[in-house]
Ligand binder design. Sequence first.
Ligand code: SF4
Length: 430
Amino acid sequence: MNFADSEILASILTADGYTPIDDYKKADLILVNTCSIRDHAEQRVFNRLNEFSSLKKRSPHVKIGIVGCMAERLKEHLLEEQLQVDLVAGPDAYRSLPLLLAQVEDGQKGINTILSESETYDDIKPVKTDTNGVTAFISIMRGCENFCAYCVVPYTRGKERSRNAETIIDEARLLFEQGYREITLLGQNVNSYKCGTVGFPQLIAQVAEINSQLRVRFATSHPKDISDELLTVIAQYDNVCKSIHLPVQSGSDATLQKMNRKYTRQWYLNRIEAIKRIIPDCTISTDIIAGFCGETEKDHNDTLTLMREVGYSSAFMFKYSERPDTFAAENYKDDVPEEIKLRRLNEIINLQRELSLASNEKETGLIREILIEGVSRRNLLQSYGRTSQNKVVVFDNPAQIKAGVYANVKILRCTPATLIGELTQSRAHR
Ligand code: SF4
């Protein structure tokens, strides 16, 4: 989401006469687009601010702004003198940046952290600043009202609202015309997208119909809302990618209830069964939190057994980190000792490594269509691309077939993270 938001920021500032540059040391204005989801993310921002304030000592004209979720959460506290921050803007305040910058030019501090019930930036054409020219994000909704007990997002990003469908289709069409071949539709809970009569299944079908050469992905789905109707649309269109990210967070009913996730283990497993039945070739990835408040050894084991039952292809795995002002912080004790959290997280990571390898081993011997995304960083004679199932494939590319081209590769071997393949055929069109 922040990546997509940075493109909106770049668009607003470009219209105000700024030009994005790669090297922050040469910038007149540095905006740090922040995340509050974990304490670690915020600490990294404070470390960066130290770096920027020494730059500011050398070049006092440089202006520093904090935008995004941390700006929303900490507000004027970020303007304390030692941080050397000039401007603070929450996720719904980006249109006011030119005004805030004018205030900063006048020697004041600029701050706007008002959340909106309607802002979707739908008329703003994002400026792509850091792109491979092949894959792009489109933000389709903002905010979240699920109020999972551990999560700060409903407080920092406000009410859920969907962007106008026509502007999404127009943006996707334009990106395709510019040469992009894969779009990821983004939102905190894309399954509850609604614009008039257009729900998420209809929206994804409309984007897929722009051109069969345009791949469509989406993130993230809340398990409580993933419908058979959506799964049927994914199965129907070849260019809607066969990979679903379905965050489970825990395999224990007691923990899920405390987390306010609004589904049970069995309900989640029924949804997994529906995915496997309707889209047999689909990979499933997830998010898992280790050591949530009150988590017992049995709860943790329930997570491990669920992971095995689903057979996730990959996962984002974290230790629980208490976030101020959330329901969990106000009502539960963060009572799982650090060393137990860490041990459980390691068990989860080790198991996932095993599952990822097993998932990748199933691919060996198959011929898969990939979309080439670029040259491998480790070996310039190799390229990499992604399968519809969201697996990265590295392959020798002596003919230097370019990014943005579809190619067939035979999968020869694998690691838990990567498939290694050989090119069998490439083509610019499906
Ligand atoms: S669905 Fe839950 S975890 Fe995801 S953004 Fe909303 S509140 Fe946070």
